[in-house]
Design a protein around this ligand. Structure first.
Ligand code: C5P
Length: 216
């Protein structure tokens, strides 16, 4: 039998990262935060002086990304960039490099490598549509844009990072529009995905919903 996959897709700051990590922990599964790969490509490109519209150079970078994950931290060439990939600049950069088919293709195998026994919880935009179309559980996790902007604001504050509510809201709307409108692997709710709107839901309830889908 194939290794089971729980695919959780949804817009920025919908809470899918937190929920996916908790579901993975509850099930004892591996966990893939696919957005961090696009963030790493953007950060590495900015550092190397590669333009965020140079598709060939970006794909080459993505194919040989000198990054690794260790105990919930992310490293780029040995440097801990866990906070650096979460800045608004890296977020916006990620959504720009993510529109390029060659960049997405270069990251495919790397993502599929995470599918190992006993199972995988993968979160992003195209987990259920492109990367793991045969996933046994697919959830589209969303929330209203203002609730998402408030959550991101709180997250940044807790990390002691600078944040401005108005620009966060605008960045989220721009990113959502870019993610949904792109030709390749756009953010979409698939017909076979369960819809989970967390605008009024706590993390516990959202985790419970996903676990319920996995077990049913
Ligand atoms: O999920 P997160 O906000 O960290 O993702 C950052 C950006 O990476 C998204 O705005 C999106 O453009 C891109 N992304 C993607 N496909 C994924 C995960 C993230 O295009 N599976």
């Amino acid at each position: 039998r194939p290794v089971p996959v729980v695919a959780i897709d949804g817009p920025s700051a919908s809470g899918k990262g937190t929920v996916a990590a908790r579901v993975a922990e509850a099930l004892g599964y591996h966990y893939l935060d696919s957005g961090s790969l696009y963030r790493l490509v953007a950060l590495a490109a900015m550092r190397a002086g590669i333009a965020l519209d140079d598709e060939r150079a970006l794909a080459t970078l993505a194919a040989a990304l000198p990054a690794h994950f260790e105990a919930e931290r992310v490293f780029l060439e040995g440097e801990d960039v866990s906070d650096a990939i979460r800045t608004e600049e890296a977020s916006v950069g990620a959504s720009k490099v993510a529109v390029m088919p060659a960049v997405r293709a270069a990251l495919l195998d790397r993502q599929r490598d995470y599918r190992r026994a006993p199972g995988l919880v993968a979160e992003g935009r195209d987990m259920g549509s492109v990367v793991f179309p045969d996933a046994g559980t697919k959830v589209f996790l969303t929330a209203g844009v203002e609730a998402r902007a408030r959550r991101r604001y709180k997250q940044l504050m807790e990390k002691g990072m600078a944040a401005n509510m108005e620009s966060l809201l605008k960045d989220l709307q721009d990113r959502d529009a870019r993610d949904a409108a792109r030709a390749v692997a756009p953010l979409q709710k698939l017909p076979d995905a369960a819809l989970l709107d967390t605008t009024e839901l706590g993390v516990e309830q959202a985790v419970g919903f996903v676990l319920g889908r996995v077990r049913s």
